[in-house]
Design a protein around this ligand. Structure first.
Ligand code: SF4
Length: 676
């Protein structure tokens, strides 16, 4: 029998809808759903989103590591043994010897349950991969505007008169969003792209500012210097809705465009032009992604962009906003659910006694831990040092996604217990003591939250293969085995509990989400509330309702070129692959076109090195070496090597952390290049 089920793309944070066509319960093809935020359009990843579902590599049975390798084990036995080991480790070493990696690829309900397990066991050592992508956004926006989320909606984009796209390449990472951007361009908006590479997005820009790696703050400060000197800032907005402007004036005083030119490499006249174009447009949006956030100054970078938007009055109004663009399909939701070491669901601080007590009451427990826990890089470091003894990983692949991957592998080998719950035998799962087979997106139900805070229901279209189970079901089994009161009978029970715990989700029920398949944008305070298109309209989410303008000083990247490592290395993504290629790498259509690792080298550098396009090269950093083909292109500037990170390039990247958000400096390393 043929059937159409409304599907939700499992890849990026755009939140695209499509139909999953099935025949006798088996997936056949993606069909266009004429609606949703994607308006019936899909990128190559969305169009091939069924390809990996029935792949032969799917995990289908729980596995246990033995002397003879992995052996099948029953669910009952696996969950019993894992629970016993977790409790044994907690009782022997204390709850903070446990660590939990949640997942931006799992539903809100699944993230909610994993952090709940961690916290009831007595630790806040729970984190997820936002640590590696937007932790600095969460920290930077929380401090400036008080809400760690996109302030407007995609609908605001075509209404803007200027788009400042910074360290972000939507043409490849959120291709469907480019339709909104090009509509803005058609409506007369100017597009300014700030990126060291001449990305596909930059081809559509009116101005491209190819700044030196890691010099974002100097450029933003110089733009604000011009805007203030030329009195182009929004005086009414600044004086009525913000605090801290006087301090900003002092800090940006020295960042003349000429001074910034020396740091950024962008000619002073272009900095002036960009600043004037941005400030005089009347309605502007700033969009950013990992090119901005993955730096030791990531939080400072976000604060600088927030300051820039605030002094121009570009927040809380139609056609304006601060738009961090989320990489994975539920990064926003995983953060909202408190899969973070310092906040409970709904960004309620673990240090806030009243909020913690209220959540403990709902969960029916005496108390919850009040000290912020460890972040992903810290958990890895502590595992390396022998202090973290057990790590439970749901849907993450740190052996490929984290910086300095050799260090990650060494840390995983130290653990007394490593559990990996995933849909494939990932590079990380190979080091596990237990592997639990999970259901993929089309095989389960639950809610996901896209970049614009849009919560949508994910409908089940097909059955999971063999014994694979939805992550929420696995966590419910585990919770019960750990002795917790986890009496959920359906995923909807969890959705309803989320509404009780997270204030932003109060009016979001499974019934509403199933009825209104195009979703609800949080905050949604009651069941009759339509959801919120735009944040900060009348006041900011800060205690006094005013935004904090927080000036920041430029600080160079942790590694700069030297004699031994004369090049700068940066990483990026390609349109036809996704993250660590666990899913997209199992699509023949995608891998045929985007299946090979390569490195971009500027023609002048290639000539000096005697390298031609297609030559095999070795890139070496202080942490490791990586071989791939050379691609000679002017897309990348002189002195910079650019590598898509999907295929293992993180063996090279730097794990030094931003002190505030603990995000690693994945975007800048010193390297050398050798012809193999
Ligand atoms: Fe999926 Fe993102 Fe492509 Fe939309 S833009 S189809 S959500 S990968």
């Amino acid at each position: 029998m043929e059937k159409l089920t409304i599907g939700l793309c499992p890849y990026c944070g755009m939140g695209c809808r499509f139909y999953i066509k099935t025949l006798n319960g088996e997936p056949v093809e993606v069909e266009i759903y004429e609606g949703g935020v994607n308006e019936g359009k899909l990128c190559p990843k969305g169009l091939t989103a069924l390809d990996f579902l029935r792949h032969n590599d799917r995990l289908t049975k729980p596995l246990k590591r033995t002397e003879n390798g992995f052996e099948e084990i029953s669910w009952e036995q696996a969950i019993k043994e894992i629970a016993e080991k977790i409790l044994e480790i907690r009782d022997k070493y204390g709850p903070d010897a446990l660590g939990f990696f949640s997942s931006a690829r799992c539903s809100n309900e699944e993230n909610y349950l994993l952090q709940k397990i961690a916290r009831i066991l007595g630790t806040n050592n729970v984190d997820h991969c936002a640590r590696l992508c937007h932790a600095s956004t969460v920290a930077g926006l929380a401090q400036t505007v008080g809400a760690a989320a996109q302030s407007g909606s995609y609908d605001d984009i075509p209404k803007a008169k200027v788009l400042l796209i910074w360290g972000y390449n939507p043409a490849e990472t959120h291709p469907v969003l480019m339709r909104y951007i090009l509509r803005a361009k058609d409506n007369g908006a100017k597009i300014i792209v700030v990126d060291p590479r001449k990305t596909k997005t930059a081809w559509f820009a009116d101005m491209h500012l190819p700044l030196r790696l890691g010099t974002d703050i100097a450029l933003a400060n110089a733009m604000m210097h011009v805007i203030i000197k030329e009195r182009l800032y929004d005086k009414k907005f600044v004086f009525s809705r913000t605090k801290g402007f006087e301090k900003l004036i002092k800090v940006v005083e020295e960042y003349t465009p000429e001074y910034a030119e020396k740091i950024t490499g962008i000619p002073a006249h272009l900095i002036r032009e960009a600043a004037v174009t941005f400030a005089t447009a009347g309605r502007g949006i700033i969009m950013w992604a990992m090119g901005l956030t993955q730096h030791i100054t990531g939080t400072g970078n976000v604060k600088a962009l927030a300051d820039l938007g605030l002094i121009c009055g570009y927040v809380g109004k139609e056609g304006t906003g601060l738009f961090p663009m989320r990489g994975q399909n539920n990064v926003q939701g995983a953060c909202d659910m408190g899969a973070l070491p310092n906040v409970l669901p709904g960004y309620q601080k673990v240090t806030d006694d009243e909020k913690r007590k209220r959540v403990a009451e709902i969960w029916g427990v005496e108390e919850l831990p009040s000290e912020p826990g460890l972040t992903i890089p810290e958990i890895i470091n502590k595992a390396h040092e022998g202090e973290i003894k057990a790590l439970y990983i749901m849907g993450e692949n740190p052996v490929v996604s984290d910086p300095n991957t050799k260090h990650v592998i060494e840390a995983l080998k130290e653990l007394e217990l490593l559990v990996v719950q995933d849909i494939f035998l990932t590079e990380t799962a190979k080091y596990a003591h237990y592997i639990l087979p999970a259901a993929a997106y089309a095989e389960k139900e639950g809610s996901f939250t896209a970049s614009e805070r849009r919560v949508q229901w994910n409908f089940k279209a097909i059955e999971p293969p063999e014994e694979a189970k939805p992550d929420w079901e696995i966590l419910t089994m585990l919770g019960k085995a750990l002795g917790l009161k986890f009496d959920y009978e359906s995923v909807e029970d969890v959705t309803r509990e989320i509404a009780l715990v997270a204030p932003q989700y109060r009016g979001i029920t499974p019934e509403r989400l199933k009825r209104d398949v195009e979703g609800i944008q949080w905050p949604c305070p009651s069941e009759d509330h339509p959801g919120t298109k735009r944040l900060h309209v009348e006041s900011f989410a800060t205690p006094d309702g005013k935004a904090n303008i927080i000036p920041v000083e430029f600080k160079p990247p942790a590694e700069l070129p030297d004699e031994e490592y004369p090049f700068m290395l940066t990483t990026f993504r390609v349109v036809g692959q996704y993250h660590t290629v666990t899913m997209s790498g199992r699509s023949k259509a995608l891998t045929k076109r985007w299946g090979e690792a390569y490195a971009e080298i500027n023609p002048k550098d290639a000539q000096k090195l005697g390298i031609e396009s297609g030559d095999k090269i070795r890139i070496v950093t202080r942490r490791g070496s990586y071989e791939c083909k050379a691609k000679i292109t002017k897309r990348i500037g002189e002195g910079v090597i650019g590598v898509p990170w999907h295929w293992g390039a993180n063996v090279l990247t730097n794990d030094v952390l931003d002190p505030e958000a603990k995000i690693p400096e994945l975007k800048v390393s010193a390297c050398r290049v050798e012809k193999v």
